[in-house]
Design a protein around this ligand. Sequence first.
Ligand code: IMP
Ligand code: MG
Length: 400
Amino acid sequence: MNLSVIGLQWGDEGKGKIVDYISDDCAAVVRFNGGSNAGHTVVKDGKKYVFHLLPSGAARGKDMILASGVAVDPIILSEEISEVSGKILVDSRCSVLTPYDKKLDEIIEEKRGSSALGTTKRGIGPSYAMRALRLEPRVCDILADGFNFEALTRFYDMIGIKTNLQEWVEYSRKVLRGMEGDSGARILELNEKGEEVVFEGSQGSLLDIMHGSYPYVTSSHTLSTYIPLSLGLSKDIVGDTIGVMKCYATRVGSGPFPTEEKGMLAEEIRRIGKEYGATTGRARRIGWLDFVSLKYAVRINGVKEIAITKVDVLSKIRQLKICRRYSVDGKEITDFFKAIPKLDVAESELEEIDSLYGYDFSLGIKGKLKRLIQLIEDELNLPVRLVSYGEERSKTFELS
Ligand code: IMP
Ligand code: MG
């Protein structure tokens, strides 16, 4: 059966490590959303790999598939592909992100002033917008040589961005030639031969354009339910969904973050957890485990099993807090859906629980760690299958 791996928070949950751990026997790793805004980190033999556009399986020489919901930047693709050995298939229906999308991303952020979203400035929002306007070229358009760029050029002209796409089109054609194909057909073919694939979600559930903390979201769908649409297949293709959650929370960029912690303690967690954006290098904001939003993320993805990451970081922190409810205008809220319109004023009610400070991972899963896992299982009503306590693949407990 295929498997999907989805982040349950605001991204950076450690999906790259989990995908790496579970993808040993799979035939290919598939990206189905987003673009080079992602920052998937994998450590192999002590070497750190960060991929922005390729799926994490790239580090192990796996075959890679980009489904049609991915916004492809040929410049980044060319850079990343030169470092890996696996074969790549890029769906012919992927839209191709132009340098002017990046420019527009910067301009819109600037125009927003103090309410800027803090995007990665990789052109993601404009590229999805141009696709919705039917102005963005697809991979098949770039390769077919028949695409009329006039409307796109005029659009950019109208907003004061001068374009010259000729050279970029030539370049993109060279990069993309030979990679194009039908991602859905390829996956069906693999499945018919008894081979399986892993779908790797990018960003996190709460950054989904429709179901996340809008407008402080990314411009793609980050949920498991987008997988079939991105492939052009039915929902049966998705297989079981593993929800990945860090045992605290982080957020990079602007927007509401109800369990946010500031000050010295946040700084300590940031330092120990190396919480700096893999794409932009920005310091990630730090917060506590938030079961209100986690329950919602579980629901909107149909999560079957949980993977928790970075428990080693908690073993170096003397305090541990969790949140099971928010207070909004004096009212208690446990349903994230109801909190969404009021997220900026939602206050989390934090409870201090037994910390993992000093935990010795050579003991396996015992005592304090066992109790934390039990609490997560009880709150989410799901089994925890994987517990990651370090960057290396070997630092993973598998629960039966
Ligand atoms: P964009 O996706 O570049 O438009 O950025 C929109 C928001 O999503 C910003 O707050 C980004 O910091 C955030 N974001 C985008 N990609 C990632 C990611 O891979 N991890 C964490 N945050 C992300
Ligand atoms: Mg990341």
